[in-house]
Design a binder for this molecule. Sequence first.
Ligand SMILES: Nc1ncnc2c1ncn2[C@@H]1O[C@H](COP(=O)(O)OP(=O)(O)O)[C@@H](O)[C@H]1O
Ligand SMILES: [Mg+2]
Length: 328
Amino acid sequence: MQGDGHAYAVRAEGLVKRYGEKRALDGFDLAVREGTVHGLLGPNGAGKTTAVRILSTLLRLDGGRATVAGLDVARQGREVRARIGLTGQYAAVDEVLTGRQNLEMFGRLFHLGGRGARRRATELLERFGLTDAGDRGVGKYSGGMRRRLDLAASMILAPAVLFLDEPTTGLDPRSRGEVWESVRALVADGTTVLLTTQYLEEADKLASRITVIDQGRAIADDTPDGLKSTVGGDRIEVVVADRADIPRTVKVVARVADGEPESDGTEPRVHARVTDRVAALTEVARALQDEGVAVEDIGLRRPSLDDVFLRLTGHRTETSGTDEEVAA
Ligand SMILES: Nc1ncnc2c1ncn2[C@@H]1O[C@H](COP(=O)(O)OP(=O)(O)O)[C@@H](O)[C@H]1O
Ligand SMILES: [Mg+2]
């Protein structure tokens, strides 16, 4: 499990987890370099949470092996737990207490003592941009503040490896941006982060490497740029008012597209891969105007998880609504 010159904070080989007949993990492999953010990208039900729970020793594996911080998760659970932090989709913070009180309570649970816990709470509120909100009840926090407090709570003991399971799912774009800032700050301090997400853009923004998981297996492992070039980068999308204009629109879009423009026939929409985003948009908008085609909408779209899946597996993700717009 070693010897290629890199230090790995997490290594997993052939992980298997069964629930009855169902294999939530089915030979899952992962290698996370120390000091990086590694994205684990996949749709609902792919096995992300199962992988995180096994790596953080909350679940027993049925096959394969894994190490975290060089320790075997199956045989050295206690040592592993002393070196990790975990933030799940559900925050463990108490609504009635203030942010500061929550952090102090966690500090005492981890035996920092009264003064140590107070000092750590102050540091963490500062680090996660919650100093002003620290003395307000958590019940009044926004979604983004809640998640940041949750991150702060998982950082009480400055873990070597932090598992973040979909830390921004359900957040609005602004709160999502705030959580991203916090994750960057963690890594600047030397923590290794394994972050699960359903958003390609999130993995792209934060991770230096991305593993794509589908049906309990890694189906790709690459840098964000490598993955995006597999997927083909940005797309232009044109919606026309009149379906009869689709053939003309396809011709116009074809001039700037990489490959054939696509149009599925059920919607008055034409889309295609492009390399030079802005030039493509300007050219298509002008040409359609010259042709007298009434355009309902025209825009550029970054590839989504759905696009990644279509390229890698030939099928779409089963979850709907992955056409997520994330503020850049
Ligand atoms: N406790 C459980 N009992 C039965 N099936 C489960 C259980 N937990 C997860 N699964 C199944 O395992 C698969 C992977 O789930 P999960 O790891 O939660 O995926 P993700 O986090 O990527 O959405 C899903 O098909 C899910 O229904
Ligand atoms: Mg999950």
